[in-house]
Each structure stands twice: as C-alpha cells, then as structure tokens.
Design a protein around this ligand. Sequence first.
Ligand SMILES: [Zn+2]
Length: 478
Amino acid sequence: MLRAAPFLAAALLALPAAGTPPAKQAAGHAKKAPCDLVVVAGAALPMDAAFTVRGATAVAIRGGEIVALGDPATIDAAYLPKQRIARPGGVLLPGFVNTHTHAAMNLLRGLSNDQPLMDWLQKFIFPAEAKNVSPEFVRAGTDLACLEMIRGGTTTFADMYYYESDVASSVEKAGLRGVLGETWIDFPVPGHANLAETKVVTRAFLEKWKGHPRITAAIAPHAPYTCSRETLQAARALADEYGAPLLTHVSETRDEQKQIFEKYGKSSTAWLDEIGFLGPRLLVAHGVWLTPDDLKLLVERHVSLSHNPESNMKLGSGIAPVVAAREAGVVVALGTDGVAGSNNDLDMFDAMDFAGKLAKVSALDPTPLPAPELLRMATIDGAKALGLDRLVGSLEPGKRADLIVVELENTHVQPVFDLPSTIVYASRGGDVSLSVVDGKILWDGKSVLTLDEAKVLAAAKEWRGKILKSLEKSGEKK
Ligand SMILES: [Zn+2]
C-alpha cells in the first residue's frame, strides 16, 4: 500500500507503547498464527522494487523469517507474537549492507591520517599489522566493529582481513551477517607466509563455515598490485571450487593505474579479465579509475562494484564513475572501508550522504543519485553485490528478518517532508533504535544484547597501548 507523507499524520503515531503485552490484545487467539516477534513502526521503507513508502507498518517474524508485512491492525489480528516491539516515532527499513570494510582494523582507528594510500599502507598500516595482528587482535577489533555496526544499523557486511575464521567467530557471536574474505597477498602476513600456506588456511576456513546461515566464507586477494597472476588465478580457482565470493580492491588510485599499465600494458580490469579472474561472485572495491571499457567488462562478467566515497575523498584517491557504472548496468553498492585512516568510522548514513554529494559536486549537477537511489545502494543493491538478495536487502515476506528502526523524533530530523531524503541527508547512526538480524534482536535502543560493550571498549583501549608500544620500538609512529 502506498501512502504519501504518512509520518505527518499524528494518528499513525498513536500506536501502543513499547512492550505492550500480547496478552492484552483482542480475544480470538485461537485463530491467530503464532510467531516470534512483531515489530511495529510509524512508517516504513521496505525497499521493494516499487520503492513503496508506507505509513504505520508491522512486520511479523517467525523462525528468523519475515512471514507478513502490513498495517499494524491487520498483523495484530492475524499473529500472536511471543514479543511485540513498537517504535511509533520511527521508520522501519531493511538493515544496511556495508560492502567493503576491514573490521579488525577498528583497533587501528585513526592511526595514521592525511596520507596518500601507498605511503599510508607501506609506512604505517603494513608495519603496524605485521607487529600486532594475531587471532586475539582480530577478535577484539571485530568485536568493536560489530558493536559500531549493530548500533548504527548495519546488519550485513563484507570483510577483507587475516585470521578470517576468527573474524567469523566474532561475527557469529555478535549476531551479524557477513561475507568474510581471507586476504591473499604476495608477502608473508599474519597467519600465512606464502601462497601454499594461504591456500591451506583458506581451504580450512571455507570448510569450517560451509552452510552457516549468516556467515559466508570468501576469498579476498588484496589487489592487482599486491597479487601476482598465479595468486589471482589460484584464488579464482578455489572460489569456483567452493562457489565462494571473491573480494578485492581495483583501480583505487592513479598510482595503481600507472603501475599496472607500465607492468601489463593495460588497465587493472582488462588485465584481470585476461587472466580469467573476472567473473560471477566477484565484488571489486573502489573502482575510482575505471574506464568506460572497464565498466563494459564488469557488466559482461557480472562483477559488482563497492563504492567507498569517504575513503576515496580522505585518501585523495579521486571520484569513482558511479553514475556511469550504474548507467552501464553495473550493480553499485556502498562501503565505508576500514577505519584506520581512510574514513574513520563505519557509519552507512555517512556513506549514503557522501556518495550523493560527491556525485552531485563532481557533475556540477544536483540531480544524480537522488535519495531513493542512495538508499537502494545501501540496502538491496548491497545484497545483490554480495549475492544475498534472495535472503536480505528488502523487507518482504519470505526473506530473512534483517531490519532496523530509525527514530524520526529528533531535533536534527524534524520536521519530515520527504522520508528518503530525511534518512539519507539528516539521520545519523545514533538514531537507530532497533537492529534485528535473522529475527534476533541485537540492539534494542538501550544496549547491544549479544556483546558486553564495556568489555569490548576496555579491550580496545588496552590494544591501543600495545600498538603504540610496538611502533615506538621501531620508530614507525612519530
Ligand atoms: Zn579496503
């Protein structure tokens, strides 16, 4: 059902208060279908294909699946939930999909800033990682990232790091959904020293998490400038053997473009195609320097693109041709990148806001990427890019219940005239008052129910001391 500006009608906000016991609902329970959870909100953007903007909406959830979505009265008449949560001043949305980050790097948040990518990586990040990254580091960093994502409305994310099986353990405990890629790179890294070891570690990782309902094990060769033909082809072969997703960085900087052109006589994308690396289940991050020919190749090979506007701006990498990519038919999703200096947070509201404004200022035209398109990129297109759109990315019966509520009763939000624009340009991560993944409540607006926040923060502070000490010893950090 389509309603214009539904949230303006006071009547729609007159819903029962949070926590109204199901027992007080109308008689006739016998006819009602049991379910686990009903979430009611003052408005909804289900992100269906028609981009429906709904008034007061309820979602019924059973076994982690959305079984019905409709008017609260209709849902209340049909379902008897074990728990009913009402957010009359909020809008219900599918959870955000962050298609590119390095969660464990949350422990390195802001370690080095205002540097070009290659200096930042080689002088600060790679040395800091070599000295500190361990399974314990990865778990503590991922816990911190999961806390931030859960509170900020991200329900699915794609990750590239080391000890990815430990990342997966942390994500499993936190309750989020993840496509988690073990990083392959042509120098010794924590956990594996060469290609042979990398393959063994990754195969064990793929085997361990096979069939998990929320965790998809993936393979993440770092980039064409850090991985040889042999490494990339081996990654593609293993991904094909397991039907696993592939994640990588492509055409991030002009330096990379120059380096690859000098080495191979063509663009990163053309070279990756030549060696048979491009293909289904591949998501490339950044794509700042993609050419029109590269975009054609991505479409032909069914490759998706993760746009990371804040990282590209902060590292001075450039402006990705996002509008052209979408026009060419590439699925373009949004990501934050890691927080060690290229963002420095995991806020998907910021990602939408920056993506929109960057597209507009670069075109000297305010019309590209309007708010509904930015919302699509942050939800359903993110799910498509990760091959998860049959499960998540929109609120529709039959899909898994990954949803959030964003409060509208805030001074930086009111009054609301156009709901999509409000969410994209005015709302913030701190406005999220409910996060549900696979039907399970992870954040109820007061606390994260799956993680001990105080413990996670204390561990992060403890790691800060260790990291500083490790860098002082060899003089990397001034
Ligand atoms: Zn990255």
